[in-house]
Design a protein around this ligand. Structure first.
Ligand code: TMP
Length: 214
């Protein structure tokens, strides 16, 4: 039985998830919360890191969009089995950098497969294991792309997509937000890193403390 809380972080490329997550990790520890792990998608375990390298390889330009969606779902399934379910059952909170909402926004909306279609294949992979809370770093795609070009030495296959694709991803997230408003908490990611980190941390901390009291 699931005992830990399942929390995910989402946002367009360049929204700062990785840096914010590092900060949230440190703040949780400083504030006495240590029964959590941070993991990421696609990846997070031996098999899934291999799938990640296929998906993100810049040479795989001929990758079909449905193949891409299925690979993400396959990687998600393996990561659930290898890492997430085990830890949740042990009572450890799991914080995951990207999960099913990424597939809905990127493959479902931006690639044009359809959010409902992608939701179906993902529900084959995850059953009903949706996150308890999702922190969505809300950042305009123009700004995200600017940050990627400035900060990354080796942008991956999706980073180098055109601005029009990044705009679609953003619209996709807006759709996903409307579908799951109760679960998704928006943080204004235009702010400086410290403020974004504090906003995200405050929500995660409050959510863990409230749920642990029950
Ligand atoms: P990352 O840069 O956050 O590690 O994510 C890698 C890329 O994979 C990013 O461009 C988003 C993309 N992605 C999808 O398109 N669908 C998914 O389901 C996931 C998890 C990531």
């Amino acid at each position: 039985m699931k005992k830990g809380l399942f929390i995910t972080f989402e946002g367009v490329d360049g929204s700062g998830k990785t840096s914010v997550l590092k900060g949230v990790n440190d703040l949780l520890l400083k504030n006495g919360i240590s029964n959590f792990i941070i993991t990421r998608e696609p990846g997070g375990s031996k098999i899934t890191e291999k799938i990640r390298s296929i998906i993100l390889d810049r040479d795989n330009i001929e990758e079909d969009i449905k193949t891409e969606a299925l690979l993400y779902a396959a990687s998600r399934r393996q990561h659930l089995v290898d890492v997430i379910i085990k830890r949740l059952e042990e009572g450890v909170h799991v914080i995951c950098d990207r999960y099913v909402d990424s597939s809905l926004a990127y493959q479902g909306y931006a690639r044009g497969i359809g959010i409902e279609e992608v939701r179906k294949i993902n529900e084959f992979a995850i059953g009903s294991l949706y996150p308890d809370l999702t922190i969505y770093l809300d950042l305009a795609p123009e700004e995200g792309l600017k940050r990627i070009m400035k900060n990354r030495e080796n942008p991956d296959r999706l980073d180098v997509e055109k601005l029009s694709f990044h705009k679609k991803v953003y619209e996709g997230y807006e759709e996903v937000y409307k579908m799951f408003q109760g679960r998704i908490y928006k943080v204004d990611a235009k702010q400086d890193l410290l403020s974004v980190t504090k906003d995200a941390f405050n929500k995660v901390y409050e959510f863990i403390v409230q749920n642990e009291k029950r």
